[in-house]
Design a protein around this ligand. Structure first.
Ligand code: NI
Length: 191
């Protein structure tokens, strides 16, 4: 396994529609997945899409933190690693929720984005087996964010407002995050 470099919008791969994976036996795919997981955990982030490491393939990894706070808030979803290949959102809630998002590819910024409160994702696991995931709340948001990446869409395209993350020593920091209600501060939950 190896860490990969996370690209920013200067690299055009981030804005391309990624290709579907067709060969699940390709050892390069398995290496890519291992590297993505390592890179996501190292960042740290709660999700990563292959275009973010400059690979134009429809692969995402998602993992909510398993620390105590996260376990309290997300229960069984905390710490579960999802690897989804060729993911598709096949069902969405009518209900939309606004929440804060950040992105490892757009360091230093966060914004408020309206997302479906629940989605069902269909795709394949790393061995090609078909899987289906029902996600709600924060997990649903992360899936929508990552699947957007596969179409070259970034949260800044959808955000109603975008802010710069205040420096830690900046006293504005607290005020900025005092606005959050149900979602985690963006600086702790980059995708
Ligand atoms: Ni992102």
């Amino acid at each position: 396994m190896a860490l990969r470099e996370i690209i920013t919008p200067e690299n055009p791969v981030l804005r391309k529609k990624a290709f579907k994976v067709t060969n699940f036996n390709d050892p390069k795919l398995q290496t890519l997945i291992d590297d993505m997981v390592e890179t996501m955990l190292d960042a740290p982030g709660v999700g990563l899409a292959a275009p973010q490491v400059a690979v134009s393939q429809r692969v995402i990894t998602v993992r909510l933190s398993d620390d105590e706070e996260s376990q309290k808030e997300y229960g069984d979803q905390a710490g579960v690693l999802y690897v989804v290949i060729n993911p598709e959102i096949i069902r969405t809630s009518d209900e939309m929720v606004e929440g804060y998002e950040a992105c490892l590819s757009i360091p230093g910024y966060y914004g408020n984005v309206s997302r479906h409160s629940a989605v069902t994702v269909r795709g394949h696991d790393r061995h090609g087996k078909q899987i289906r995931i029902k996600a709600q709340g924060w997990l649903a948001r992360v899936f929508q964010h990552e699947i957007d990446h596969l179409d070259g869409v970034l949260f800044i395209d959808r955000a109603k407002e975008i802010w710069r993350v205040a420096e830690r020593e900046d006293e504005d920091d607290e005020q900025v995050f005092a606005r959050e209600d149900e979602e985690k501060p963006a600086s702790e939950a980059a995708e």
